[in-house]
Design a protein around this ligand. Structure first.
Ligand SMILES: Cc1cc2nc3c(=O)[nH]c(=O)nc-3n(C[C@H](O)[C@H](O)[C@H](O)COP(=O)(O)OP(=O)(O)OC[C@H]3O[C@@H](n4cnc5c(N)ncnc54)[C@H](O)[C@@H]3O)c2cc1C
Length: 320
């Protein structure tokens, strides 16, 4: 026998959804709330219309690797549903979402009760459970709450309610990433598909080379963590100019005028590593998960969410 709970999850990125999968399997009622307008989190895809067709850019995670056997089972489900495929040009165990990096998140989100465009500003403990505060947040009282957001954002929510968890979140620092998205009417004259480990450009890839992409040629260029940190408060125009110049130098091509040139600043891109898989307080029924527990990788986010789901399940079993 098991105590079934009403659980709110703040953050419907991969870790929040992986936790929701596990909790739903255990029979709990789960509702997710995310501040974004749609699915993706840091596995987002930006789509822009042009006269040459729609262009898509995976401007967060570029690809992911699969080492854990349970994660492999899930990735196989994504693949058989058309939501992921190998991208062998990067390595034998590299995968991407199809037709965009956000596809696996969309696939998972359709299996849950997710409300988008709700930014949770605070969580308050009341006599009979937890209440979320923020514009549009429900007035429901939840038995348990899960926070599945980057460490810095988790720290802000945790500080008033669970100081020990907040301390760990504050100590786990993410690095930023300036990202440049370029699209060209005609393919660039280069055989290069990926670039990595330049002092300025940490990674660049021909996004339209990934499986199942259509439309004009697109490139995603991500500045190194050190360069992004140094230029964090620069204007998007200045960043665009510097990254375009360096990209052209690295490819040794003269860039034509792009159809699209856009930047995105990820303030919290690649997480630190807290050294445990997730946190749960059975007393207050408050849990925290996210990539930042295990490292800055898609697989780590999934593992952390699942680990928290199992912790909550084990505790709900004991509390009967
Ligand atoms: C530029 C970049 C490049 C990367 N490259 C790779 C790569 O090549 N390979 C790889 O494996 N990983 C890569 N990653 C890391 C990978 O994307 C992450 O590890 C993973 O997506 C994290 O998932 P998550 O669920 O922990 O967090 P997120 O995906 O960040 O999900 C958190 C969610 O919480 C929501 N949220 C935050 N605050 C609130 C709030 N107050 N109220 C409501 N909702 C809120 C956000 O909108 C978001 O949807 C990259 C990340 C970035 C940004």
């Amino acid at each position: 026998m098991f105590k079934h709970m009403n659980i709110a999850i703040i953050g419907a990125g991969l870790s929040g959804l992986a936790c929701a999968d596990r909790l739903q399997m255990q029979g709990h009622r789960v509702q997710l709330f995310d501040k974004a307008r749609g699915a993706g989190g840091r596995m987002s895809t930006r789509r822009i219309s042009t006269e040459w067709g729609e262009v898509s850019f995976d401007h967060g995670a570029q690809y992911f690797t699969v080492r854990d056997a349970n994660f492999k089972t899930v990735v196989d489900q994504w693949q058989s549903s058309g939501a992921a495929a190998p991208w062998p040009v990067v390595g034998p165990d590299a995968w991407v979402g199809t037709p965009s990096m956000s596809a696996p998140i969309k696939w998972m989100a359709t299996r849950h009760d997710v409300t988008w465009s709700i930014r949770v500003e605070a969580i308050q403990r009341q006599d009979n459970g937890w209440v979320l505060r923020g514009e549009g947040a429900p007035h429901t009282c939840f038995d348990a709450v899960v926070i599945a957001v980057p460490a810095e954002q988790a720290a802000a929510l945790l500080t008033p309610i669970q100081n020990d968890f907040a301390t760990l979140a504050k100590a786990t620092v993410s690095s930023p990433c300036w990202t440049l998205m370029l699209s060209f009417a005609s393919p660039l004259q280069t055989r290069t598909i990926t670039l990595r480990d330049d002092a300025i450009i940490g990674w660049a890839a021909c996004n339209s080379d990934k499986p199942a992409r259509t439309g004009p040629q697109s490139w995603v260029i991500q500045a190194s963590a050190a360069w992004s940190e140094k230029h964090l408060e620069d204007s998007p125009d200045a960043v665009q100019a510097m990254l375009m110049q360096r990209f052209a130098e690295c490819l040794a091509v003269e860039l034509p005028v792009p159809l699209i040139a856009a930047t995105h600043r990820w303030r919290y891109a690649l997480s630190g590593n807290a050294g445990c898989s997730a946190l749960y307080s059975p007393g207050s029924q408050l849990g925290v998960c996210g990539d930042w527990f295990l490292g800055p990788r898609v697989e780590c986010a999934w593992l952390s969410g699942q680990a928290l789901g199992m912790m909550i399940g084990a505790s709900a079993g004991k509390h009967l």
